[in-house]
Design a protein around this ligand. Sequence first.
Ligand SMILES: *Cc1c(COP(=O)(O)O)cnc(C)c1O
Length: 350
Amino acid sequence: MSILQRARAEIRALVPYSSARMEAGAAAVMLNANESPWAQTGLNRYPDPQPAALSSRLAELYGVDAQQLLIGRGSDEAIDLLVRAFCAAGEDAIVISQPTFGMYGVCARIQGAEVIDVPLDAQFVLDADALLAAIAPNVKLVFLCSPNNPTGGLVPLASIARIAEALAEHALVVVDEAYIEFADAASATSLLAHYPNLAILRTLSKAYALASARVGSVLASAEVIELLRRIQAPYPLPSPSVAAAMAALEPQARPLVDAAAQRMVAAREQLRRDIGALPMTRAVLQSRANFLCVHFDDCAGVFRHLLRHGVVVRDVSRYPRLADHLRISIGTPEENSRLLSVLRTYRAAP
Ligand SMILES: *Cc1c(COP(=O)(O)O)cnc(C)c1O
């Protein structure tokens, strides 16, 4: 049985919208899309829905076939497409492990799907036994965030494989690897060939410094990709974003991206030691991403102190079990030393 059987029947049966650009590519005279014929902006034509050059470059980068990849407006769009394709409103469910990235739950609630939380354990590690025990008949998607936002921990490939194996005909296991470039660990893409019920999210927003371009990918079996394409908006990729992505993915840019990620990791570890040594720090969670999650005595006080001195960090204390935690992104060397010097002037209220 294919995992596609678990997708919504009406999506499997849907006759998707066929855009002008899908039906015909470039020609000398293009009169099929009601566009302006005047090219002064350079943007008068609708863009290619999935530009082949970008697809093949991303497929090569991630080590998959181009048919196993769908490009969208960031991983945020991919999360939404997955939830809409698999979860029927009022019936189906997703599984998440809190504290984790908020978009999984938000997309599920917008779609009217149930959200089942199997919390990370006391060390903020994924509890695979508890997760598998919580799988109800209506669970269609399991979201694993690795490294996890906002705690920074990695999900071992062995856990991902075990969960995918156990849920082979039951649920699609979605591994969000937005921060994998900072993790010094192998991507779950190596498991795709063995587990057709696996999907992996990658993005150019973090290590590739293209958050504003909104380019993310979902990697999955060709049939899952074909299903998601049916419900994606006709022209998801603005051509300036495609051009920016192509430039960032030039072969000569690769060593620069790798070097930047390594500098980030070194800065993260230095900052972890420095923040860990401050008197008001209770703990700094081990992070495999480009941020640190820090437990302070009084995170609201530290947050206000930083803000008064022009430094904004993320207050994550509203997440379950992260009371008094702040998430601090790693910045440039100048920003990191500014952060530290402001933190060093913090005095707890008497
Ligand atoms: C930043 C982030 C993303 C990236 O989202 P884009 O839409 O690709 O910018 C995805 N997942 C997690 C967990 C993130 O923190």
